[in-house]
Write a protein of this length. Structure first.
Length: 446
């Protein structure tokens, strides 16, 4: 199988700059609307009142543009994944949510301020303003619940509600814009608003069609076995024409009697291989840790649907450095394993180090495979830590310092594990003089 090619770092920078430029252009244009296409509400205002009202309108328009952007960021667009990586897009989506809320609150405050609290726009005549106020409250509730989702709801229930509510809020926002300001009654602002609506609608529809067309549907699960204490290995035969790079992940949906057809992200732990390699299977290692993953092993005759591949957490995404260091915690080994398997196939001579932390000895589910890797990759050093065994230890700065003392500073680090462990190790690596530019990490939560 041919390995999936990434965009080069220079191409990614080029596309990033172009996207930022287009966004700034749209925001810049939006900022001119209250000044060039003044609404009647501004005619009777002067001095500071006029300035505040204009600024308030600019904030509102920025919030609206970013809301439209938010819909695009939520689409799992393959081309954005190739530029930024889907995990970063989701982080941006979260950050953008707070930005929209901040701008919406600022907009509401600044447009009310010049009128004074005695003249709040209340009553049927002011329904567009009241709709806007209700939108700010709904937005605040929506964004705060999204932030605390892990504490409030099961992920799949939260996700089912999040999308339709998001679209509903966008419709309310559009009604508010069309009716609240006469700047949008005609001319350039009206055309620009329609252009934005049509563009976002088109991107959403094309993304849905693309996802439906490229999802690989209902391939039989070839083998399903329990490895280690609580990990299920699933093997699927590689669909024809499918390619991926080591370290990438898939959205996996299983079809069986006892399992709900939710879509969950999992790393493809196998390696794409190369000419002559045995790449007939896609392998997943799934840790049973929640209501969905706990159901996998009980079902016979499983089938799987796949939307893939995604992610930039791969040594293939950048030029090879003088040394590659993989640091994993628990099930976070899966993307690192995929990369090591691929490096074995490629017979790469770049020096490699694997540092893997597990809680107990019984959690080790790759003993034989690690022996094979060590045999076939003479340039690989492995260090296994058991944190909860007697005499065991964690990967701390002191131990890292000893392990990494001869490692060149330009080496690349790939980290995957629990969030706390990763942020501690990133901090430790920086204390040891490795720069953040050389540290790549993947979180197992989107
Ligand atoms: C890029 C990536 C790669 C991953 N690779 C692996 C892997 O190789 N092996 C492995 O065991 N686990 C992997 N995970 C984690 C795995 O997706 C979750 O453990 C699994 O979805 C939990 O499902 P659950 O319903 O059993 O648990 P729950 O208790 O319902 O969920 C636990 C947490 O998992 C996350 N989660 C649940 N469902 C989804 C979903 N549909 N989309 C995104 N996040 C979700 C949420 O953060 C949630 O809070 C990966 C996650 C990501 C983001």
């Amino acid at each position: 199988m041919a390995m999936r090619q990434f965009l080069s770092p220079a191409q990614r920078v080029g596309y990033t700059l172009s996207i930022i430029f287009i966004l700034l252009l749209v925001l810049g244009f939006a900022a001119t609307i209250p000044y060039i296409w003044e609404s009647k509400s501004l005619w009777y205002k002067t001095g500071i009142d006029k300035t505040l009202l204009q600024l308030g309108k600019v904030c509102g328009l920025f919030a609206a543009v970013l809301f439209f952007l938010q819909i695009i960021l939520a689409q799992r667009l393959s081309f954005l994944d190739r530029i930024f990586g889907l995990d970063r897009i989701y982080n941006l989506h979260r950050l953008n949510g707070f930005l929209i809320l901040g701008l919406a609150v600022l907009h509401a405050s600044l447009v009310v301020l010049p009128e004074g609290l005695d003249n709040l726009p209340i009553g049927w005549k002011f329904w567009p303003e009241m709709l806007g106020a209700a939108l700010v409250v709904m937005l605040a509730f929506f964004i705060v619940t999204a932030y605390f989702r892990r504490k409030i709801l099961a992920y799949h229930l939260w996700r089912k509600a999040h999308r339709p509510i998001g679209y509903l809020l966008l419709i309310i926002l559009t009604i508010h814009i069309f009716n609240v300001s006469d700047s949008f009654e005609g001319g350039v602002p009206l055309i620009a608003l329609w252009a934005l609506i049509v563009l976002v609608l088109l991107i959403t529809i094309v993304a849905k069609i693309y996802t439906a067309k490229t999802t690989i549907k209902r391939i039989p699960v070839q083998s399903r076995r329990i490895v280690g204490d609580d990990i299920v290995s699933l093997r699927l035969s590689t669909p024809s024409g499918f390619n991926y790079a080591p370290g990438q992940f898939a959205f996996l949906q299983l079809h069986g009697h006892n399992i709900s057809p939710e879509i969950h992200p999992f790393t493809i732990a196998s390696a794409p291989g190369g000419p002559g390699a045995d790449d007939s299977n896609l392998e997943f290692f799934i840790k049973r840790c929640g209501d969905w993953t706990n159901n996998i092993e009980t079902d016979e005759n499983l089938q799987a649907s796949l939307q893939a591949p995604f992610g930039l957490f791969s040594y293939g995404a950048r030029p090879l450095p003088p040394m590659l260091i993989f640091i994993g915690g628990g099930i976070g080994i899966t993307p690192l394993l995929s990369m090591l398997r691929q490096l074995r196939t490629e017979k790469q001579s770049v020096p490699l180090m694997l540092i893997w932390s597990l809680a107990h000895k019984r959690d080790m589910f790759l003993g034989e495979e690690l022996n094979d890797l060590r045999e076939q990759l003479p340039n690989l050093q492995t260090h296994i830590f058991y944190t909860r065994e007697e005499g065991g230890s964690r990967i701390d700065r002191e131990r890292l310092g000893i392990l990494l003392q001869d490692v060149p500073l330009e080496s690349h680090f790939y980290l995957c594990g629990p969030e706390q462990m990763m942020s501690r190790i990133r901090h430790d690596l920086q204390q040891l003089k490795f720069t953040s530019k050389t540290i790549f990490f993947e979180q197992f939560s989107l």
